[in-house]
Design a binder for this molecule. Structure first.
Ligand code: NAI
Ligand code: MG
Length: 359
């Protein structure tokens, strides 16, 4: 029987409230369906750790993480730590250090989830944004000259490699194929770019897309400029299936996608190392939410859905599906418990209990 070693980093704020619910549901699903063991290790690498040790994780933290099969991550963010430091030393360090080059954010409108778009019904919106996660506009290249003077100059460079573009675009096509084969997708891929305005890196991205698409004649593919993609995500998200985009464009598009299908309370994200040479990391999209932390009212569904994505990636797709079904069951039931962000009065813990019960 497979035993999966899971590193659990709940992090700061509501991460400490939502991740325990995800673990509760995962454990209940494991007990019910069997076939695998979960060996979870909690790693207290967060802002408290920073205050004590001057860093968010031990110096060999990335090395230590390589011993696990997957990482379940909550959120970081605390007034005692500069924001670019807490995120850089945890999330960004893992994405780069563990080569988690594919960021996957599904956007599916479930019954009972608040949708800000009028006239859109559950079932109509079901797409996935595939975001390049290690290079592009977030490559750490640049600098400032004449800092602090009137002549200050700031330069930030984007880095697009053939390997990086090709593998993420290919991942998008493969996902479109997989979704089509399983009956959930339309067999369609949209490459999101801005090659009309950024004449070097974006033209390069588009050229790689044109090359890769030749190998996927069974997938209907086209491109959208990123600004048009934003408009269509609001006007006609039902026309989307798989979108693939660079790091920055993907970051912006996924926040928009998240809000279109119910907001931060339910949005999960997977940071995949598809080559499986290092662990992948699964997280809710939300941050540490200091405004509600400690009140026990955070919506745990984002963390639960991230846990389901983790099981799916580890090969337990049937169990992952059961967790998603349980979420759907609670949401679509008018009497089902919901946290305040979803219009209910339930506590974080009640959601986890109910999900475990309905599995
Ligand atoms: P946030 O996602 O923490 O909160 C934004 C708003 O959404 C808040 O009003 C919050 O109460 C609400 N919210 C978020 N998650 C919720 C949930 N599960 N249930 C109910 N309501 C929820 O983003 P914000 O406020 O911009 O950042 C707070 C801290 O988190 C900052 O330090 C920021 O740097 C950090 N952050 C960390 C992220 C991560 O670890 N992946 C992502 C985004 C922000
Ligand atoms: Mg973002």
């Amino acid at each position: 029987m497979a035993t999966y070693k899971i590193a659990v980093m709940a992090g700061d704020g509501i991460g400490n409230e939502t991740i325990p619910e995800a673990l509760k549901v995962l454990e209940a699903a494991r007990k019910k369906f069997g076939g695998f063991e979960l060996a979870c290790t909690e790693l207290p690498w967060n802002s408290d750790f920073y205050v004590k040790h001057g860093r968010m994780m031990p110096e060999d933290g990335i090395q230590q993480l390589k011993a696990y099969d997957a990482i379940l991550f909550g959120a970081v963010g605390d007034a005692r730590v500069p924001e670019h430091v807490s995120v850089a030393q945890t999330i960004l360090a893992m994405r780069r250090g563990l080569d988690q080059w594919a960021n996957i954010r599904p956007a599916r409108l479930l019954p009972g989830a608040p949708c800000p778009l009028k006239d859109k019904q559950p079932g109509q919106i079901d797409f996935v944004v595939v975001r390049e996660n290690t290079e592009g506009e977030y490559a750490d290249v640049g600098g400032n000259v004449f800092a602090g003077t009137e002549n200050e100059i700031s330069v930030q460079s984007a880095v697009f490699t053939r390997r990086g573009c090709e593998r993420i675009i290919r991942y998008g096509f493969d996902l479109a194929r997989k979704r089509k084969a399983s009956g959930v997708g339309k067999g369609q891929l949209i490459s999101v770019s801005k090659h009309n305005a950024q004449r070097h890196s974006q033209v390069f991205w588009h050229r790689v897309f044109e090359e890769v698409r030749e190998q996927y004649p069974d997938i209907e593919s086209r491109f959208l400029y990123v600004d048009a993609a934003c408009m269509d995500m609001v006007r006609k998200p039902e026309t989307f299936d798989v979108l693939v985009a660079s790091n920055l464009f993907g970051d912006i598009l996924t926040d928009l996608a998240g809000v279109v299908v119910g907001g931060l309370g339910i949005a999960p994200s997977a940071n995949l190392n598809p080559d499986r040479v290092a662990p992948s990391m699964f997280e809710p999209v939300h941050g540490s939410a200091p405004d509600i932390a400690g009140k026990g009212i955070a919506n745990p569904l984002g963390s639960v859905m991230a846990g389901a994505m983790m099981l799916d990636f580890l090969g337990q797709d049937r169990v992952a599906q059961a967790i998603v079904k349980s979420v759907e069951s609670v949401l679509s039931d008018p009497k089902g418990p919901k946290t305040p962000d979803f219009g209910g009065k339930a506590k974080t813990r009640e959601i986890g209990d109910e999900l475990a019960r309905r599995l």
